[in-house]
Design a protein around this ligand. Sequence first.
Ligand code: NAI
Ligand code: 15L
Length: 264
Amino acid sequence: MKRLLITGAAGNLGTQMRDRLKHLADTIRLSDIGDMGEAGPNEEIMPCDLGDQVAVEKLVEGCDGIVHFGGKANEGPWDVIRNANIDGIYNLYEACRLHGCNRVVFASSNHATGFYKQSEVIDNTVYPKPDGLYGVSKVFGEMMASLYHQKFGIETASVRIGSCFPEPNNHRMLYTWLSYGDLATMIERIFDVPKLGCTVIYGASDNSQRFWDNSKVSWLGWTPQDSADDYRAKVDANSEKPAADAPDVVYQGGMFTADDIHQE
Ligand code: NAI
Ligand code: 15L
């Protein structure tokens, strides 16, 4: 690619992927409302609020691909979620349509399907069961991806990321953990495949405990290399096992399922 846009570049995943993805394009354009530091070689910094349609249109101009990490990344008040994740994703796809940007990695979330039980194994085609307003906003994003694919041919991988952190630090994460390295190779595959279409994929490493089945997207050729199993003893030693009826053990979305609707 000539230019790859990474939104949410000041956040956890944006910071981690900034270096890991730099070989994918001549120029990496980084955007956020937070501090992204100085531009490195072959980087350009363009601060932008995703809720600002005019600014997002300018942001996407000249980009061949987007890794869309930007947005409200957990439960919160509706006006915040609406601005970043609802208006924000509409603005992003409209800008893609106007400027011919044809491939997007959308950081969706396991909270799009958080009300499935941990005792169920689900694949990437199940009907969503969001576990909060945040989860609903991710389902909305996936539907925008579908609409813009059907009407305009824009290709998207909506990655329902599990828990992407340095290492798993509780028992639920033994199922949901995704390593930074495995996320990076997944994004590489998403930009490598000649035809992507519009697809959903779960983002979890090669954990032996799992409730997500990616077999319908095996054509992507992504093989995670890391496993939460390597941290099991540490998790057992450092965190108490929740009771059998605790949301963190019953539902795939864990504690998000027990969260209230946030008023502010
Ligand atoms: P984060 O909160 O560290 O990063 C999100 C970034 O988006 C922040 O830097 C924030 O300033 C920016 N942002 C928020 N509102 C914005 C707005 N209105 N305009 C422009 N930028 C805005 O979250 P993290 O962990 O890096 O996650 C990245 C993406 O991946 C998020 O969309 C999140 O929903 C998704 N995800 C992450 C998971 C994880 O385990 N890290 C799990 C599931 C989904
Ligand atoms: C998410 O969607 C959040 O962005 C992240 O911070 C974690 O809470 C993750 O889900 C999770 O389910 O562990």
